[in-house]
Ligand binder design. Structure first.
Ligand code: PRP
Ligand code: URA
Length: 209
């Protein structure tokens, strides 16, 4: 699928299977999401631009590779995005963070915004939007709409599971935003949940219902 990368690394797939299992505890689920985010983070940052800077090793001077440009931004779609965010910040500790507070209305499945805070210079930075679940894509589209409205022009979308319906809607709405996911599942059910999926990611992370 154009613009979509499925991260099929065996460790990602193995960890995802444990996360899907309904018997996996809240603590286990959180730990696995953090671990998986490191592997997904590796893929989503694979082609970041490098430049060089002169450094002195104990033996000599050299032009050594270093990331080019301003620090990137991780934009976490609350709440569940924070599960990916924590691991990603281990990988890129100097990254800036945006928080996009959205919840899905259970009846309409529309995304309802309740919070937004982001660095003011989004237009100068790569923005990686993170949320484990891309279901109807209402939340993903709303989050990217909002970030673009605040100046972001260079974005990527990182999730753990996606529904084919959500991928289609998202790539139509934002064809300029590449999507990275660990799996494209079979379908959405009548309540807008991803099947086979893993349930409600926020509830499983935080032990709520
Ligand atoms: C979940 C998930 C996404 C959204 C995906 O969040 O983390 O943000 O649903 O569904 P969609 O693609 O149909 O919009 P939820 O609204 O349950 O909020 P939470 O993270 O606070 O639990
Ligand atoms: N949000 C979730 O957390 N899980 C789904 O399956 C769909 C939306």
């Amino acid at each position: 699928m154009k613009g979509v990368t499925v991260v099929d690394h065996p460790l990602v797939q193995h960890k995802l299977t444990i996360m899907r299992d309904k018997e996996t505890s809240t603590a286990g689920f959180r730990r696995l999401l953090r671990e998986i985010s490191l592997l997904l983070g590796y893929e989503v940052t694979r082609d970041l631009e490098l430049t060089t800077k002169k450094i002195e090793t104990p033996l000599t001077t050299m032009d050594a590779p270093t990331l080019e440009g301003k620090k990137l931004v991780f934009a976490s779609v609350l709440r569940a995005g924070n599960g990916l965010l924590e691991g990603l910040l281990d990988l890129v500790p100097a990254a800036r963070v945006a928080h996009v507070g959205l919840y899905r209305d259970h009846d309409t499945l529309e995304a309802v915004e309740y919070f937004f805070k982001a660095p003011s210079d989004l237009g100068d930075r790569l923005v990686i939007v993170v949320d484990p679940m891309l279901a109807t894509a209402n939340s993903a589209i709303a989050a990217v709409d909002k970030l673009k409205g605040r100046g972001a022009t260079n974005l990527r979308y990182l999730c753990l599971l996606a529904a084919p319906e959500g991928i289609e809607r998202f790539t139509k709405a934002h064809p300029d935003v590449p999507v990275f996911t660990a799996s494209i599942d079979e379908r959405l059910n009548e309540k807008g949940y991803i099947v086979p999926g893993l349930g409600d990611a926020g509830d499983r992370m935080y032990g709520t219902k």
